[in-house]
Design a protein around this ligand. Sequence first.
Ligand code: HEC
Length: 153
Amino acid sequence: MKLSTWIGVAAVAAVAMLASTPAAAQFAKPEDAVKYRQSAFSLMGAHFSRIGAVVKGEAPYGPSVATDAKLVETLSHLPFAAFVEGSDKGDTGAKPEIWMNREDFDKKAKAMQQAVAELSRVAASGDQGALKGAFGDAGKACKACHDDYRRRR
Ligand code: HEC
């Protein structure tokens, strides 16, 4: 094998190793995981609210709706790997029930990700009439999880 081929193989192996590193190893301390997921939720919530303002007629409909929806879709994939063991304590709104019902929690995360992907699709299509329904469905998916697994902090 040529040297360049070996380097290529080594690079692919390195990337594969990175990809399979357990989420817990990506955070030095549980507090770092808490901060990470709160930041992701906070950004996701900010862009979600901007779409909400349009749906309620408080802001004009425009291309920013599709941009915000795409950001929400992307951000929706970030928080959940940061729900590592031992991160139910401290300055967090995460209830310990998450780690007792992890399967249900993950199911609700997935349902929300699907709902915001649909919202993003509708927003990108420019179908203004369908926006309210898609936004409402996504909001219900947020609430379904918050009702069971989030407390005010
Ligand atoms: C599968 C569960 C789940 C879903 C779905 C979910 N959340 Fe949350 N959310 C949480 C939990 C748990 C917390 C508390 C995190 C913490 O404090 O560690 C949280 C916290 C938040 C926060 C507060 C972040 C901060 O600054 O502390 C916002 C804002 C938020 N979520 C918005 C949303 C929005 C908007 C959606 C839907 C598009 C959504 N969430 C969907 C579980 C969920």
